[in-house]
Each structure stands twice: as C-alpha cells, then as structure tokens.
Design a protein. Structure first.
Length: 357
C-alpha cells in the first residue's frame, strides 16, 4: 500500500524475509492501515523487502519507531494486529510525557516490544502478558514488593494480572496456596433476603475470581485444589482473625472496603506471603457516609518500605477502545461537577445577572 510521497524526512526499513513482512502488514494490509491511521502525517510505502517512511521529521520518526517496535515483537515470536499498533503507539506517545506526569517514561522503562512479549504465565494454550507500560510497571511492582496496590478503572487488568502472578508463584513453589477475597457488598439487597444457602448467596460476588482462575488453570483441577486448601476463594469477612503464611493473597474490589476492613485485611499478612490489593476508587458501592478504605490507605501507608502503589489509567485499558473513551468522559464530568460544586451555589436575578448567595 502506498500514497503520494510527502516532503520531509525519509527513512527506510529493510525487512529480512517475506514471511516477516507479511506478518507485519497483516492480511489484506490491515495492520499497515492501522499504522497509517496512527500516524497520519507520515506516508508509508512498501516496495519488496523495504518500507520507506516520509513526512515531517517528528511524524516520520514516530512512524519509523512504530514499525521498528512491531517488527521486534514479531522477531521475538509474537504476533501483531491493529490493537497492538494502538498499544505500541500509546507507549511511544507516553515517552513524550514529562517524568513528573502520570505515565511519564523513565530511562529504565523497557521498549514496547519487550513489554508485549514478556510472558507471565502460559496455560491452556494462551499466554498472559502485560500489554501497556502501566501494566508492566504493575507486574514488576508485584514481583518486587510484599504488598502492592493496583488502583485504576475497569478493564486495566488489575485483577487478571495479579491472578496470573499468583498462579505463577504457586507453580514455582514461591507460595503454597492462593487466597482470593473480595467484600460482598450488597447492591441494593441484603444477603439475608436472597434465596439459597450462604455459599449460593455469596457466589455471585466471587464469580469474577472463579472466571479468572478458569482461564489460567485446568477447570477440572480447581475443585480439587480448593478442596485441598491450595486455592481459597472467600468473602472478606472470612479473613478476620487469621494469619496467612506462605500465601499469595488478592483482595479484589477493595474500593468497597471500609477503613476498618482494610486494616483488618492488611494485618492478615504472614511470613512468606505476598498481597495484592486491587480496586477502582471511582466505582464505590458503599452506603452513604462510609468512607472507602482504599481511598484512605494511600494517605496512611505512603512511605512504608516494601509496599507499592500503582496507578493504572485509561491508557492501560485493554478492552474495547471505546471503554477508554468512556472512562475519560466520566472523569471529565466528575471534574466539571467538582469545579461547579467548589464555586458555590448561584441564583439568577430578574435582571439576568448572577450573584453569589
């Protein structure tokens, strides 16, 4: 695929083989079109085993880096498609952010190709790996710290990646069991009024954890592992009074914990254990007047050694790309409402003028 050449800088990439070129371009050039859409100010021309990039210097350099990283992914044994183009482009764009800003890239951060080809866990014919720079930092924090908080919106892989690290730790015998828990916050209903046994009542709250487990383990082995106590999935209330040694413990939906529940959970930490706490502080289901323990914990624990807070953002969403736009739209609305509230109530007078009350 080619377009009329544009003036400006010109760069050429030589692709070692026809198979590699086909893997890069995609069936019917679908990946190439995604590259052109990502950097519209650059013109990309394919001739034989060569890819020429022209355009104004910044756009040409960005397109060249995008092509180079995608080729590196393929050479490392990965595959690329339009979604990967968008992810690599987003990671390259983050490199232009100041270090002090959220997502600002540091010199020691890996290349996009290294992130997209890092394997956390391979199971049942699929590989779990980070897909964004934020996810890579989150996975590295889990590896390096005893307690890690993953805070961010839905779809950023907070629970899924933590689960993969837990299964990896179990397989490598770093821990002897996995404990998965989340608060059973009633969404408009009381558990006592729901039909069924206690297990049947709490099962809907724990179902997402079971679903993630079934992606990473043989479903037939899960009941056996749970019966042996190697894997435990339970409501947060069941953690009280326990000490969890040699365990990988995940608290999911932590925004729905009170400050007292958060303290209770964190103090279950035993020797040889690792904890990951995940949640989205923008989606709290607690009753009015109850402060979220996840909101408060950062102020209380910041500065402690061997404990990390990882902020994931809309840039780390790996669901449909519209999800990122929805999250950003809600964030803008929240900011607008907060600004309007801070400005104080106003009233309109008969002459049309607005005066402070």
């Amino acid at each position: 695929m080619s377009r009329p050449a544009a003036p400006g800088a010109s760069h050429v990439v030589s692709v070692p083989s026809q198979a590699l070129m086909f893997a890069l371009l995609g069936r019917e050039d679908v990946t190439l079109r995604a590259i052109e859409a990502a950097v519209p100010a650059a013109d990309i021309h394919v001739r034989g085993d060569r890819i020429a990039v022209r355009g104004d210097p910044p756009a040409a350099a960005l397109a060249l880096e995008l092509v180079t990283e995608l080729l590196a992914v393929i050479e490392r044994g990965g595959t690329v498609g339009p979604d990967d183009v968008r992810r690599v482009y987003a990671m390259l764009a983050e490199r232009s952010l100041p270090l002090a800003s959220p997502g600002g890239v540091h010199d020691h951060d890996p290349r996009p190709a290294e992130i997209l080809t890092q394997s956390i866990l391979s199971s049942r014919g699929r590989t779990v790996r980070p897909k964004t720079l934020g996810q890579k930092r989150y996975v590295d924090a889990i590896e390096a710290h005893t307690v890690t908080f993953g805070i961010g919106p839905a779809g950023t892989g907070k629970t899924y990646l933590a689960m993969a690290k837990a299964v990896q730790a179990l397989h490598s015998k770093q821990v002897t069991r996995i404990v998965l828990t989340r608060p059973a916050v009633e969404a408009g209903e009381r558990l006592g009024f729901l039909p069924g046994t206690l297990n049947e009542k709490i099962d809907p709250y724990l179902r997402p954890l079971y679903d993630a487990l079934q992606d990473m383990l043989d479903p037939e082995s899960i009941p056996r592992l749970m019966e042996a106590g190697t894997i435990e999935v339970a409501p947060l209330a069941y953690m009280r009074g326990r000490t969890l040694n040699d365990a990988f413990i995940i608290l999911d939906e932590a925004q729905n914990t009170s400050s007292e529940q958060m303290k209770m959970f964190l103090t279950r930490l035993g020797f040889g254990a690792k904890m990951v706490v995940t949640g989205d502080i923008t989606q709290t289901d607690l009753p009015g007047g109850v402060a979220s323990g996840l909101r408060q914990v950062r102020e209380i624990l910041t500065g402690l050694e061997d404990l990390a807070f990882c902020e994931l953002t809309s840039r780390d969403v790996v669901r449909h790309r519209l999800v990122s736009q929805i999250i950003d739209a809600y964030a803008r609305d929240d900011e607008a409402r907060a600004a309007a509230s801070a400005s104080g109530p106003r009233r309109i007078f008969p002459d049309g003028g607005r005066r402070e009350r």
